[in-house]
Design a protein. Structure first.
Length: 30
């Protein structure tokens, strides 16, 4: 699987969750 495919999967995943969950994951990754 190409890195871009993984990136798009992550984008699709984040688009399905709430902003609070999004911020939580951002804090975890950053």
């Amino acid at each position: 699987m190409h890195p871009n495919d993984k990136a798009y999967g992550i984008i699709e995943f984040f688009s399905c969750i709430t902003i609070d969950e999004y911020m939580t994951y951002m804090l975890m990754f950053v």
